[in-house]
Design a protein around this ligand. Structure first.
Ligand SMILES: [Zn+2]
Length: 275
């Protein structure tokens, strides 16, 4: 691979040296032309952490930062994103009342916000279950999400949102109520119909069209890096691979690549993207 002419940023990826391929997956990304990643903390249970208070998330977040340092040695720039996976509500409420689960998740987000304030992470992550849940669980999850929006507003950082597919228009309203800029509310696994900032899966068919329209979006693999679920998502190379494929096919230009992978990312996350 010759040195890249433009940055290629994966907006949402997990790397897990304990349960997955770890730095080998990051090397695949790098060799395919990838330069920057937003490394998202994994759900607590996937690291065998079973929180009973917010501080227990420290172990999860420190693991994300440890992996970030390992990946940076390869030559990839890593921006850590820390937060509480929305599905934690289901796991936690198996062991405790819903109100307690909600409090632990909010406290976990507070811990993540402290990392952002210290400059150890660039963004927060929250959301609500993408699967069917009871009205009580949905209300509790929206409560956690509102808390995350408030924290992100306070930290002046972006918030990645994991939620059901579709536009999630009400989340844009929640953001405005929290005084949080909607364009920094990143809809993970997003679709073009959302008023939030869409992070599109790398192979999304609308990418050439949105690029022509100069719509702001970012690209992600959502690679989980779990050997037990090898086919669950597309691979770690997918963002650079699809970017270069679209470029070769003449569907996007090098200037578009700069806009997608550098300028847009800088605006949304407040980071600097350079080669
Ligand atoms: Zn993810």
């Amino acid at each position: 691979m010759p040195s890249p002419r433009f940055p290629v940023t994966d907006d949402h990826i997990h790397i897990d040296p304990v349960n997955g391929r770890g730095t080998e997956a990051a090397k695949d990304f790098f060799r395919a032309g990838g330069t920057h990643i937003f490394l998202v903390s994994k759900p607590s249970w996937s690291l065998s952490v079973y929180p009973s208070r917010g501080a227990d998330y420290t172990a999860v977040f420190n693991e994300t930062l440890r992996v970030a340092r390992m990946i940076e040695e390869i030559g990839v720039v890593v921006f850590p994103v820390l937060g509480v996976h929305p599905a934690e509500v289901s796991r936690l409420s198996e062991r405790m009342p819903l109100a307690e689960a909600t409090d632990i998740m909010k406290a976990g987000i507070d811990v993540a916000a402290a990392y952002v304030k210290e400059g150890k992470a660039v963004a927060l992550k929250s959301g609500r279950p993408h699967y069917e849940v009871s009205p009580e669980v949905l209300t509790a999850s929206n409560d956690v999400l509102a808390h995350a929006l408030n924290r992100a507003a306070e930290c002046r950082c972006a918030l990645q949102i994991h939620a059901e597919s579709g536009p999630c228009t009400d989340i844009a309203d929640m953001a405005r109520n929290a005084g949080f800029p909607v364009e920094r509310a990143v809809k993970h696994y997003g679709s073009p119909d959302t008023p939030l900032h869409p992070s599109l899966i790398a192979k999304h068919e609308a990418i050439p069209q949105l690029t022509r329209e100069h719509r702001a979006f970012t690209m992600e693999s959502d690679f989980m890096d779990e050997n037990s679920r090898p086919g669950a998502v597309i691979g770690p190379k997918s963002v650079p691979r699809y970017t270069y494929q679209l470029l070769r096919e003449g569907l996007i230009t090098e200037e578009d690549c700069h806009r997608i992978h550098a300028e847009t990312v800088e605006k949304v996350y407040g980071v600097r993207i350079t080669l």
